[in-house]
Design a protein around this ligand. Structure first.
Ligand code: GLV
Ligand code: MN
Ligand code: MN
Length: 411
């Protein structure tokens, strides 16, 4: 390990603060939803930084941005790092962005120290990881990995009916170059943990063994609209009442299973009038678990509960499986490399798993992959009060730098 080389924490902080201005919210968070004006401005700033670092810049047909720090032997498979720069509505300043900006920081550090590695180092900013505006998420990395269809992703619609393809074109980021070619030698993603484990254990570096399996649903319950005052209680087909019982059951099933989480995050009731019985409820379910059998059981229980409860209330249901990925198991040799780098830097570390999803869920399917986590203060994320200390961001970026230097010098 090159013990002396360190990233520049002040520059990392300055870039994080500058990026947080695009979509800044009053409460100190960020709304930089995929393919909006804020996303566009963030992308342009990223490209400016990459060009300042004399990187080659490529933009592919999904709007993924790649900055390349060329190695000595360009025929060797490259080492890739990066994450996403889009956020949740009223999201945090670190989720995704840290991994992108830390990758730029690694390149800045290599360049200013005149360190030339054997392999190319590629920084990636993946499009629409969050999946909040266009579902599913991880669309950029999913298509790049050949696991999602570009044509189908272009047709995804947001709640206003605008398509992914049109919005990508509108912000000027529908590129064409297919880059980088596979195989990759290794891929690393630095990310904030987004949960309470590191913060409560007072440990700086998290080394996830992998990412839990995510399963997303879109569900419609159809009842019948009728007058709230004149319709007797036992003569109703109330979609909202059926929903409320289903919602409770979803939570109970996850709690009973243990180590599986289930969330209803979005609900729309129609006609949404105080004195009309709801004729339609649309809602989403997000289920995740590390243990595949337990997660399968919870999903089966949820699907059965939806059908049984809706039918008991004389409602119809439609269930759509919007996203399902297998759990990601990371490369053990890379996990060891992260562990050793943390040790050599004098940083505490621990093994864990990732409850949140990441672009690495797809990249890991086509390359050797691993992630580096840093603590989220109070375990908060996907909220404006998400916080990670700049010292911890710097520590994570230093581990990333060491891993990249090591991997990109493998022959
Ligand atoms: C994305 O951040 C997710 O885990 O849903
Ligand atoms: Mn993220
Ligand atoms: Mn996120």
């Amino acid at each position: 390990m090159n013990q002396k080389i360190r990233i520049n924490q002040k520059r990392l902080q300055r870039r994080l603060e500058e990026m947080a201005m695009f979509g800044k919210t009053a409460a100190g968070g960020v709304s930089r939803i995929a393919l909006t004006e804020e996303d566009k401005l963030g992308r342009e700033t990223l490209i400016t930084w990459l060009k300042e670092e004399q990187c080659e810049v490529h933009i592919d047909a999904m709007g993924n941005i790649f900055g390349v720090y060329p190695g000595k032997n360009r025929a060797l498979a490259p080492v890739l790092t990066g994450s996403h720069n889009d956020t949740q509505p009223k999201g945090g300043r670190f989720d995704g962005t840290l991994g992108v900006i830390a990758g730029v920081e690694v390149i800045s550090t290599l360049r200013e120290n005149s360190i030339k590695l054997e392999r190319d180092v590629i920084l990636a900013n993946w499009t629409n990881e969050e999946g909040t505006r266009f579902t599913p998420g991880c669309t950029g990395s999913g298509v790049w990995s050949g696991k999602l269809s570009q044509e189908e992703m272009y047709l995804l619609k947001d709640q206003e009916g605008k398509t992914f393809g049109e919005e990508l074109e509108k912000i000027g980021f529908k590129g064409s170059a297919q880059y980088p070619p596979l195989p990759l030698h290794a891929a690393f993603e630095l990310h904030v943990e987004q949960g309470p484990v590191l913060d409560s254990s007072d440990v700086t570096i998290g080394i996830p063994e992998g990412i839990v399996s995510p399963r997303w649903y879109d569900v419609d319950i159809y009842g019948e609209a009728n007058h709230a005052g004149s319709t007797p209680m036992l003569c109703r087909q109330d979609a909202l009442y059926a929903f409320s019982k289903i919602h409770q059951r979803i939570r109970d099933l996850a709690v009973e299973a243990g180590e599986v989480v289930a969330t209803v995050g979005q609900i729309t009731a129609s006609p949404n009038s105080r004195n009309v019985i709801a004729s339609h409820v649309h809602f989403t379910i997000d289920v995740r678990g590390w243990d595949v059998a337990k997660t399968d059981n919870v999903c089966a229980g949820i699907e059965e509960a939806i059908a049984t409860i809706a039918s008991a209330d004389q409602c119809q249901v439609e269930i759509e499986h919007t996203w399902r990925e297998d759990r990601a198991d990371f490369d053990q040799a890379l996990l060891k490399q992260i562990e050793e780098s943390a040790n050599q830097l004098g940083l505490t570390s621990m093994r864990m798993y990732s409850g949140a999803s990441h672009d690495m869920i797809y990249i890991n399917q086509v390359a050797r992959g691993a992630m580096i986590f840093v603590p989220s203060v109070g375990g908060k994320s996907h909220t404006e009060i998400e916080e990670t200390s700049y010292a911890d961001c710097g520590a994570g970026a230093d581990v990333l730098l060491q891993c990249i230097m090591k991997s990109a010098n493998d022959l």
